[in-house]
Design a protein around this ligand. Structure first.
Ligand code: GDR
Length: 331
């Protein structure tokens, strides 16, 4: 029997990689897309024509009940969220509703479908290392006390515990992946890795002189998104639902990110190319994230394949190519 999967957040970086992975494995893939005339849906129809798009919104429980009833999924991956941490201070209510409350809505829709159809559905929740916030231990594991530092982080904690609660209350096969930062050439340009790779590409092409950034001392455990979606899938193939930290176990500062990105275009001293803009500083910062993914490595057999240096160079090379095409097209 062909397996069926429903992905919320299908138009995001992870949604696209996951759709490709599931399609390669022979799944029928359904993707939830919000909004009327969403331009991202048009793009998805071109890049991922095998995905059946279903209209729905994480804020609208009835739309989710209908989406799940239509997809009849064996697996549901809840990747949909307002995901930009900085935005969440300005839009705390909306972030709480979508990123937190949306998890409850999709869990309810899945539970309703299971009860009414008698079918079993496996559920994945995209939890986040932002839940560790003001870290209480280094490195962070599944047992580390959560101390979120942003409205986004707080909303993710709500979704995380709601997923655990549905597993424990109703016996649902509901797993939560505590994913550390994961990047790729598909990353949105508001996130620091892509912001840097795009700016560095434009600098080498003479299209831009400088890049404005916030806190250069923040440290993150950055992996490759393509590796991380495999962990999501592995969680749902395991007999027992559980929570897993997904990370590389290495941490790097924004300065190190800049070192590698500029090195890729032959610049060793980038001090004249970067200026600090307080607009990109956050009201509260998460200083040192580094994950211990031993449990996922031992239980699921998962491990990251792409290292930090390779990841940053891949993104810069992609953006040099992309920006040159754009510049040529504009002439
Ligand atoms: P993050 O990613 O908040 O960790 O969340 P982001 O790339 O936005 O920030 C990483 C760190 O870089 C510092 N920083 C800047 N960040 C941005 N965006 N722009 C800047 O100019 C800049 N200068 C410095 C930030 O202060 C921060 O410390 C991502 C998201 O994908 C979440 O949805 C996800 O849950 C987590 O990763 C894991």
């Amino acid at each position: 029997m062909t397996k069926r999967a429903l992905i919320t957040g299908i138009t995001g970086q992870d949604g696209m990689y996951l759709a490709e992975l599931l399609h390669e494995k022979g799944y029928d893939v359904f993707g939830l897309v919000a909004g009327q005339n969403n331009p991202k849906a048009d793009l998805l129809r071109v890049t991922h024509p095998y995905v059946e798009i279903i209209s729905g919104n994480l804020l609208d429980l009835v739309s989710l009940i209908r989406a799940v009833a239509h997809a009849k999924p064996d697996e549901v991956y809840n990747l949909g969220a307002i995901s930009f941490v900085a935005y969440s201070w300005e839009n705390a209510r909306l972030t709480s509703d979508v990123t937190g409350g949306g998890v409850l809505n999709i869990l309810e829709a899945v539970r309703f479908f299971q009860d009414s159809s008698g079918r079993d559905v496996r559920f994945y929740q995209a939890s986040s290392s932002e839940m560790f916030g003001k870290v209480q231990e280094v490195p962070q594991t599944e047992k580390t006390l959560l101390w979120p530092r942003s409205p986004y982080g707080v909303a993710k904690v709500y979704g995380h515990y709601m997923t655990i609660n549905y597993r424990e209350s109703y016996g649902m096969h509901a797993s939560s992946g505590v994913l550390f930062n994961h990047e790729s050439p598909r990353r949105g340009p508001e996130f620091v890795t892509r912001k840097v790779s795009q700016a560095v590409a434009r600098i080498t092409l003479g299209l831009q002189d400088q890049i404005a950034l916030g806190n250069l001392d923040a440290k993150r455990d950055w992996g490759f998104a393509g590796d991380y979606v495999e962990a999501m899938w592995l969680m749902l193939q395991h007999d027992h639902a559980d929570d897993y930290v997904i990370s590389t176990g290495e941490t790097h500062s924004i300065r190190e990110l800049l070192d590698i990105a500029f090195d890729e275009i032959g610049i060793s001293d980038w001090s004249e190319r970067v200026h600090i803009d307080p607009a990109f500083m956050r009201p509260a910062e998460v200083d040192e994230l580094i994950g211990d993914s031993t449990k996922a490595r031992e239980t699921l057999g998962w491990r990251p394949k792409v290292g930090f240096d390779e990841l940053v160079r891949m993104m810069v090379r992609h953006d040099v190519d992309d920006q040159s095409k754009r510049a040529a097209g504009a002439q």
